[in-house]
Design a protein around this ligand. Structure first.
Ligand SMILES: Cc1cc2nc3c(=O)[nH]c(=O)nc-3n(C[C@H](O)[C@H](O)[C@H](O)COP(=O)(O)OP(=O)(O)OC[C@H]3O[C@@H](n4cnc5c(N)ncnc54)[C@H](O)[C@@H]3O)c2cc1C
Length: 449
């Protein structure tokens, strides 16, 4: 089927949907091509017994203005993630309860962790968000992996291990796989490590009552027939007066501009005619997504709260490196969201479904008591197995990548524009970042058409 439109948008995650919404808001026509049979991309909400389960992106921070604006534009509500109560750390085969951001450890370990975090924060403040590739200091940081830096600067093993878990938890890969610069960039983009890691006052502060996919569904409804689901784009041809995008189902879209709002490793699989400039093509080839496995155990109620626990745990001796309380304020149902990142996601992902469930619930029981081993329901989801995401939560820069190829990250190629959380400067790697990137790409199109 042939379509003619002002702008074709590839991908109906938050980046693509926001771009579409902004463009239609200023009178442009759009066609949005989405590979899946749903919108939202790395955000995926399923309804559950009058509540919701979020299998992908979930949490919103207080300073994430772009997503908060969208929440209020659609008249939606958020609720605070439960943080009341003590946290639990699983370490050396035992569990310890603690309050605050840093667990109770030996003086040496706390010192190593605290000093490491302060140094990372201080370095991150010096990373320019717009063009780190043009900054000599950033170039030095891009020569090494985050893991190499930790090995050199975090001398106490437990401190090193917990800082390593932090890298894994936000980059979804082993610290040896990601540039120190990317880790610092993420910290800067989040306005500090504490903001990135905290529940109250930080990135994990709030959740959407109807689930994180709610705004995506609302935008999709407004788009109506301009949104084509189950229509993966396959090629982009630059023509004299615009672009032609072809997609499955014999779909062909002639447009003035195209916004590519899909993860880089999937953009690399599109056929471009003429080929993309070398820097752009090679950048897309060099931005793989990480591995993340999310495990949701659903209970009749959030029983751990009565025991003085917040639901937040850290696992230093387990592949489940983090849990958070995903339950509503009423605590009914009670939901423990667990996460495994990078190599640990692959390790758990390799188990059979039954083995994984047993392993995860045994670990939950260790942290929350025996009731945790008998949930009403259990679900998990491995994002690296999703062909239209190929991983999560975001794509990473391996050492040496962004300082060589970064200039191509957002630069349009003729009438081809680039969106997606990977292109965001503020809230890089989050829903808020994806929305900001869609707004930026839409503005670019308006300004050049
Ligand atoms: C487990 C997990 C937990 C997370 N937790 C949080 C969190 O708590 N808070 C937070 O802010 N962020 C979180 N994130 C990150 C957040 O979800 C993403 O940063 C954000 O959703 C990315 O949006 P996007 O629009 O850039 O990309 P995507 O959401 O990946 O959207 C891209 C879209 O393009 C489609 N697509 C791909 N290829 C094609 C093609 N060839 N043709 C057409 N369509 C195509 C895909 O199907 C998808 O719908 C999490 C992510 C994961 C996976």
């Amino acid at each position: 089927m042939e379509h003619e439109t002002d702008v074709c948008i590839v991908g109906a995650g938050y980046a693509g949907l926001t771009a579409a919404r902004r463009l239609t808001g200023v009178g442009k026509s759009v066609i949005v091509l989405e590979a899946r049979d749903r919108v939202g991309g790395r955000v995926w909400t399923q309804s559950y017994d009058g509540f919701r389960l979020d299998f992908g992106g979930t949490f919103l921070g207080p300073d994430q203005d772009a997503v908060r604006k969208l929440v209020s534009e659609f008249g939606l509500e958020t609720f605070p993630t439960n943080y009341e109560g003590e946290k639990v750390m699983a370490i050396d085969g035992a569990t310890r309860r603690y309050g605050g951001l840093i667990p109770k450890l030996s003086v040496g370990a706390i010192g190593s962790l605290g000093v490491g975090m302060a140094r990372l924060d201080a370095m991150a403040k010096k990373v320019p968000l717009d063009a780190p590739w043009a900054d000599p200091r950033s170039r030095r940081w891009d020569q090494q992996s985050a893991g190499a830096w930790l090995n050199r600067h975090a001398h106490v093993p437990v401190g090193r291990q917990l800082l390593g878990a932090t890298v894994r938890g936000v980059m979804c890969c082993d610290p040896s796989e990601v540039s120190l610069l990317h880790f610092l960039y993420l910290i800067r983009s989040a306005n500090g490590l504490s903001n990135l890691l905290s529940t109250k006052g930080g990135y994990q502060q709030d959740q959407l009552v109807g689930g994180a996919q709610s705004m995506a569904n609302a935008i999709a409804e407004d788009l109506g027939p301009s949104l084509l689901l189950q229509t993966p784009a396959r090629s982009i041809t630059r023509e004299d007066a615009g672009v032609r995008v072809t997609a499955d189902g014999d779909v062909s879209v002639r447009a003035g501009h195209v916004i590519v709002a899909i993860p880089p490793s999937l953009a690399a699989q599109l056929h471009f005619d003429p080929p993309l400039p070398t820097e752009k093509a090679q950048l897309l080839d060099r931005m793989p997504a990480g591995s993340v496995l999310k495990m949701l155990a659903v209970y009749d109620d959030a029983f751990w709260r009565a025991d003085g626990l917040a639901g937040e745990t850290v696992g230093a001796d387990s592949p489940i490196e983090m849990t958070l309380d995903g339950s509503p304020p009423s605590g009914r149902p009670g939901i423990i969201m667990g996460f495994a990142f990078g190599p640990y996601a692959r390790q758990l992902g390799a188990l059979s479904d039954d083995e994984r469930r047993t392993t995860v619930l045994a670990e939950y029981a260790r942290r929350f008591g025996p009731r945790a081993s008998n949930p009403a329901d259990y679900f998990d989801h491995e994002w690296a197995n999703e062909p239209w995401s190929r991983g999560g939560m975001m794509s990473r820069w391996a050492p040496g990548t962004i300082t060589q190829f970064g200039a191509a990250l957002r630069t349009p190629v003729g009438r081809i524009h680039w969106a997606g959380t990977e292109t965001a400067t503020v809230s890089h790697g989050t829903i808020d970042g994806a929305i900001r990137s869609g707004e930026r790409a839409a503005l670019e199109v308006v300004e050049t058409s």
